[in-house]
Design a protein around this ligand. Structure first.
Ligand code: SAH
Length: 396
């Protein structure tokens, strides 16, 4: 099929789904389309924009579709290029820079339902949540090689643990591709200049929780001089930012010994002495904390509700946990509270925190509403894609 490349800056109307491409916007046409032929339209940077009917005249193309055709041989390359483009527009970086790790593909938010790809300084970790995506993984891997070029070090498939499908597929995690020189099973990444080790083989999910990047930054900016308690700390995301932000002390709690071991390595990686690191159940730890012992508490539990049926009990558990954190924080303290359960919507979450606050009898104000980081985009027609919600509370 003939290809039409637009002049620089002329893709904007197409990106806003306007179906006309004027001849004055066309920089180049490869192939020799006859009037009425289907042509593919690309931005000046080679990003696929859509497909439509070609005509000689002031309207050169009338677009019929703005989506790449999944049957086309270059579908994956085009889709991944488009996903990467939006991450680059956010100022994220493939190598170097202050942040070299990000979510490259966020399922529905990137018009690729069922596919997650996280990028860690050259290592792509894929999670397929549908049999279709799982079966496409080799093609996805090939397209990643083309789109990321020399930046790519490895592609790891980590679908098995979370796969909601069977389909007689061979569900074993493993490398789809590795550069000859790359044998590591973990890598150091930078997130806003803070360094973390990511272990995609043995860590939880794809190895790291990239969705909290912006919220970690906020914690860092409010930590100076505060005694910080980070509950459900995993490998210390919030803890390290609090340290870098000048916290008076940081206590980190997680029930996973493996996560706590990685936290210790992350402290070292950033040149910090070991903090107070506690491998324990976060809920019982919190109940043993004396009132007023902390000035900033982060509550970032795993999803208590994985499906609708579990919602009621989950909300009760969230409420008890939040009530305890609000009750314990020192006067003038901050509580960062989150839920990553997709079935808990923002309104139920806020109501739950409201009940928790009311049960403590303390004065509690909402200072900020918190979201997943912008490399986890939400398709406007699929609001369920906004799964991470949080509140920053100030407790007098
Ligand atoms: N805040 C983290 C991500 C938290 S993910 C970050 O920024 O990276 C949730 C964490 O809760 C996981 O590390 C898991 O090991 C831990 N966890 C699950 N149940 C727990 C419990 N009952 N007590 C303490 N930690 C728990």
């Amino acid at each position: 099929m003939a290809k039409i490349y637009l002049k620089k800056g002329r893709e904007e109307s197409v990106l806003r789904f306007h179906p006309w491409v004027f001849s004055g916007a066309v920089a180049q046409c490869t192939g020799d389309p006859a009037e009425g032929d289907l042509v593919d339209v690309y931005s000046s940077e080679g990003v696929y924009l859509g497909c439509g009917h070609y005509q000689i005249g002031s309207i050169a193309v009338r677009l019929l579709s703005f989506c790449a055709d999944p049957k086309a041989p270059d579908f994956w390359e085009l889709s991944l290029r488009r996903a990467l483009d939006t991450r680059m527009a956010l100022g994220l970086s493939l190598s170097g820079g202050s942040t070299d790790c990000f979510r490259l593909v966020h399922g529905e938010g990137d018009s690729l339902p069922g596919l997650i790809i996280d990028y860690y300084a050259g290592v792509c970790v894929i999670q397929a949540h549908s049999a279709g995506m799982f079966r496409a993984k080799k093609r996805i891997c090939e397209a990643l090689k083309t789109v990321l070029g020399d930046n790519l070090k490895a592609v790891y498939d980590k679908s098995a643990a979370t796969a909601p499908f069977k389909a007689g597929l061979d569900l074993i995690d493993g490398y789809l591709w590795r550069a000859d020189s790359f044998q590591e099973s973990e890598i150091a990444v930078s997130e806003n200049g803070v360094r973390f080790m990511v272990d995609w083989e043995g860590g939880q999910k794809t190895g790291f929780f990239l969705d909290q990047r912006e919220n970690r930054k906020l914690v860092g900016s409010l930590s100076a001089g505060r005694r910080v308690l980070n509950l459900f700390c995993y490998t210390g995301g919030f803890s390290l930012y609090a340290r870098a932000g000048g916290a008076a002390s940081v206590t980190s709690v997680d029930s996973s010994a493996r996560a706590m071991a990685m936290l210790a390595r992350n402290e070292e990686l950033n040149g910090f002495e070991a903090g107070e690191n506690v491998c324990a159940d976060a809920i019982s730890y919190l109940s043993s904390v004396p009132d007023g012992a902390y000035d900033l508490i982060v509550v970032d539990p795993p999803a208590f509700a994985k499906h609708r049926g579990a919602l009621k009990n989950a909300l009760r558990a969230y409420q008890r946990l939040n009530a305890a954190a609000i009750a314990k924080v020192a006067p003038g303290g901050f509580v960062f509270t989150f839920s990553c359960s997709q079935v808990v919507d923002r309104e139920s979450f806020a109501l739950m925190v409201f009940s928790a606050a009311a049960s403590t009898g303390r004065s509690v104000r909402i200072m900020e509403r918190l979201f997943q980081a912008p490399d986890h985009p939400v398709n406007i027609y699929h609001p369920e894609g906004e799964y991470l919600k949080g509140l920053l509370l100030y407790v007098d």
